[in-house]
Design a protein around this ligand. Structure first.
Ligand code: ADP
Ligand code: ASP
Ligand code: MG
Length: 474
């Protein structure tokens, strides 16, 4: 029988300070003593944001301010190291590694400031420094527990395409590289601590998988290494029925299907990066979401079938989105407007979250992540320049003050009346609905509302479907 292999991922808050790192190291050590264990770590919380700030500051020509940020980060990691690692020789080794990484960062910032130009490639190189600093720190903490452990840079393991800032893995190459590197370490009893968030192209150019991408790193490695399970350790007990920051009475869901979790992630549930489940679907590797601050709790298990309970499982909202509409009466006679619109958008790699077209065909409206909006609009204006000039297309309008709310559950299929109940509950609260979409899989109903109404809409729907109640209905 194949021996068990766990891939564990620790998010930013789970390695946010010395005490968190010590707790994470204990969890890794327990996993490694029970079987084989590979850990994937994020940057310490807040670090990636600061690095991006440093990169943007450098782009404005201010190398000094950018370097001040790097120095501040160096101090933060060094003081954490001092609190975590008692062994002086080990500490010196980690400091040496950190200095190397930060010197690279410094050169990137100086180059950026000199040219006043920040390419996606350089932004990746700078924003990835946080993981390259945290992995040696966590490996040293694991060593303190008495085990052998080594940091690994995922640029030596995960092979990606060259889409900087949101790269996707090339699984065949990733599988070969990661198995060749990691299996011999595991055989020798060494616990690998891998940097989350990053990969590299076939040519060895560093890439990042997108913000929050360490979850994705974990499942990519889980699939590449044929892991028995992937455990995502975070700062909440699991996947909750709604964002606990918005809905205090949200509850932990014990089990959920891949499809449900993927829908929640796609529509903004921050607990999972939207692409997290993609790599593990084929091999049906279970993914757990657990609380690193309360490791006794079971958390949420995500599996192909999930639990059979309930129609509506959870709600989610995505606020950082922009509605784009394109149309006017003239588009009715214009061939292939829909095709041209979406192939233009696809070329910009903008993430389209919802599409709706009025039956009169006067208007196509769709929603993209706000970060992608500018790029998408610019590309559309270019594509339809002639049509806009000749008024065949009258307008390309943009509304950033909206949000999408999604009601998610696989068993909604075959449960009549869910849409009716949802919209009635919203009506009672005077929430104005701008557009509605239901996936043909009937795993979600999503609707567009004004951003200011999000909390009200979530609360009303959460109550309507009794998501605040425990399994006995209390
Ligand atoms: P990490 O740093 O571990 O990757 P994140 O901050 O990315 O953690 O994700 C965890 C956070 O996601 C939680 O603290 C919670 O506020 C938020 N969140 C949003 N929606 C949900 C949900 N449905 N279930 C659980 N957490 C959610
Ligand atoms: N550190 C990266 C970020 O903040 C990746 C992650 O934490 O998952 O986006
Ligand atoms: Mg995250």
């Amino acid at each position: 029988m194949k021996s068990a292999l766990q891939v564990m991922k620790f998010g930013g808050t789970s390695v946010g300070d010395a005490s968190c790192i010590l707790r994470a190291a204990q969890i890794v050590a327990a996993g490694a003593r029970a079987g084989k264990c590979v850990a994937v770590v994020s940057a310490m919380s807040g670090v990636t944001n600061r690095l991006i700030e440093a990169a943007k500051t450098a782009q404005c020509g201010n190398a000094k301010a950018a370097i001040t940020i790097l120095e501040e980060l160096a101090a933060k990691h060094e003081s954490t190291l001092a609190a975590v690692v008692k062994n002086e020789a080990e500490r010196a080794k980690v400091i040496e590694k950190m200095k190397e990484v930060l010197a690279e960062g410094r050169r990137f910032c100086e180059g950026t400031a000199l040219l006043r130009e920040l390419s996606p490639r350089t932004l990746d190189a700078i924003s990835s420094l946080g993981e390259r600093l945290s992995a040696p720190l966590v490996a040293a903490a694991v060593k303190e527990t008495g085990l052998s452990s080594e940091p690994l840079e995922a640029s030596d393991l995960i092979v990606t395409d060259d889409f900087h800032g949101g790269a996707d893995p090339l699984m065949k190459e990733t599988r070969e590289k990661s198995q060749a590197r990691i299996f011999p370490m595991l055989e020798k009893g060494i616990v690998p601590i891998v940097t989350g968030f990053i990969g590299a192209t076939r040519e060895g150019e560093l890439t990042t998988l997108g913000r929050g991408g360490s979850d994705y790193s974990a499942t990519i490695l889980g699939a590449a290494l044929d892991a028995t399970e992937v455990i995502i350790w975070t700062d909440v007990e699991g996947v909750l029925t709604a964002d606990p920051r918005l809905i205090g009475e949200a509850r932990t869901i014990p089990n959920i299907t891949y499809r449900e979790a993927a829908e929640l992630a796609f529509f903004g549930a921050k607990v999972l990066h939207p692409k997290t489940l993609k790599p593990v679907v084929e091999a049906a590797i279970p993914v757990w979401i657990r609380n690193s601050f309360d490791p006794e709790k079971a958390g949420t298990e995500i599996t192909p079938k999930g639990g059979r309970n309930g129609g509506v499982k959870a709600l989610t909202a995505i606020r950082d989105v922009t509605l784009i509409s394109l149309g006017g009466p003239g588009i009715v006679g214009l061939p292939d407007v829909v095709g041209r619109t979406f192939s233009t958008i696809a070329e910009t790699r903008a993430n389209v979250l919802l599409i709706s077209q009025s039956s009169s065909q006067n208007d196509i409206c769709f929603i993209v992540s706000s970060g992608d909006a500018e790029r998408a609009i610019e590309a559309l204006r270019k594509e339809f320049a002639q049509d806009l000039k000749h008024e065949k297309v009258e307008h390309i309008n943009v509304d950033p003050n909206i949000a999408i709310v999604a009601v998610v559950g696989e068993n909604m299929r075959g449960t009549p009346g869910i849409a009716g109940r949802t919209f009635q509950a919203l009506g009672k609260e005077n929430v104005n609905i701008i557009a509605i979409a239901q996936g043909s899989s009937e795993t979600n109903i999503s609707f567009v509302i004004e951003e200011k109404d999000v909390r009200k809409a979530l609360l009303a729907t959460h109550r309507e479907f009794g998501l605040h109640l425990d399994k006995d209905g209390k």
